[in-house]
Design a protein around this ligand. Sequence first.
Ligand code: NI
Length: 220
Amino acid sequence: MANADKTGAKTAPRRPRLNGPAVMLAVVVLVGVGFLAARSWFGSEPAAGYVTSAGQASIGGPFTLVDQDGKTVTDRDFQGRWLLVYFGYTYCPDVCPTSLARNAEALDLLGPRGDAVVPVLITVDPQRDTPEKMKDYVHYFHPRTVGLTGTPQQVAAVAKDYRVFYMKVEREDPSAYLMDHSSFTYLVGPDGKFVQFFRHEATPQEVADGLKKALAGAAG
Ligand code: NI
């Protein structure tokens, strides 16, 4: 106050103006913080490393969903088969296609042994991902991929069991919304129990190695 001379008084109240980029940045940061908070709330942030085994009781479980032919299916329909489960949605611009392509490549790397594993996409966007939409989409990645959708309640239940976080991100065009979602791939054993997950960052070879090990362990 004492040295608030004329120039000081002029420059002191200078505040960052709320311009476009600043507002955008603030929104991005807030959304990011919210996403991380929700993710830790859901407990889906895994420990370090691309592959981790976890308590079988804590992840996965029975589910009832609708396949790409419109048929109601449950976890029992898949008993005796390995499932490589990814949660995503067909309108995803980036992350889902990358993960699904990576998983398909990992199965190809396994050769005939990969036939024991069913690639599965469970949508987190049942509002737009109808069975027809799923059918159109999944075969782009691996011809054997099973696409599962369902009611919002059915999807919410299986996502909760797998600790998958997802959240609608509204855009100006209400029909063009995005979904924030966690991007882990889950390996489920022939007994329907969760075995391990793979991070989004895992390479096709790393996923193939993980599968190989799991399949060999179950055989021996
Ligand atoms: Ni996605």
